[in-house]
Design a protein. Sequence first.
Length: 374
Amino acid sequence: MSNRHPCARHAFIIAAAAIILSGPAFPQKPGAWKGRIIKEGDIVVVKNPRKPAYGPEAFSLVEELAIGSATDGNYVFASIRSIAVGGDGTIFVLDEKDKAVKSFDREGKFLRTIGKTGEGPGEFALPVSISWIEPDELAVVDARRRVLIFKADGRHVRDINVSSMSFADARPDSKGNFYVYSIVYDQENGRYELRKVDAAFKDLFAVESSPTPNSQRDGFDPFFPLVRWGVLPDDGVVCGYAVKSELRVHDAAGKLVRKIEMDRAPVAVAKEDVEERTEGAPPQLLESMKVPRHYPPFRYVQTDDEGRIYVLCWERPPGRKGYYVDIFDPEGRYIVRAAMPSVQPLIHKGLLYGVDEDDEGNPILKRYKIVWKL
């Protein structure tokens, strides 16, 4: 895939080689944000208009690296679940099916495989996500109530065994604490909780929560709304329960400091999304299915290292190529709608890392340079 090595493809940033992804056009002048920012007590409230401040030319992506192969084992991915990037640009890729983390240098050259399948120290049973912890550690979240810590060179440092809670994800802040997306099994009040814990997973406080689905009681909703969230550079967190077009920003101590209101028109659920989200579901679940008329207000929430907020929409671009994302500046102002290639990309130091497929449908990791024209 490259003159340097066969399994990392490069496209240097020149106009002839650029792959540009952008959102639909809007007929307003660039930079004309028409919202309002007010105070409600100690809380800042950002009231966004329906249209962003900038048109689609404000954000574009230029592909500069692709990693993947159908034949070379070091570059083969079965299912890319999560991506992390080290301080020197080292790329870490969690392969969910292979239950291993592969690392590559910033040019895409394979370095090593980290971890292996198992339930002993440094082994993965159900790995679900990875995160970089400054200055030099990689955290691997295992759904079997463990977080495994490695050095960048693959050395296993320690396991954090968490018997006190079930969790679906955990992401570190800059102090070594974690925001944890936990699952509370309660017959009367089953819920997902976003909580903050310290480096040893000692509970600090709850941030937000949302109920877990109960298909026996309410029917199966393939678009069931959940709390979505992202960690901010100041160690705060932005989150939203996707029944309302609102995001809530909490500071590092858990205090609610900002609300970001979004003006969103209802979007009808597409048949293609119903089929995609119910593929492989058991017949008894499909029999109780109740598809809502409209999507929830948003799908996921992401953040970058500069404090921008990326809200993944349910509606798709023409041809279902990529995903629409509404982007908000660190103050919470709606600045642009763009199309991105991945559902949950990693955005770090002006680069976007996302998952794509080659011509045979094999997963590949791609890196893009983000070009802002604000």
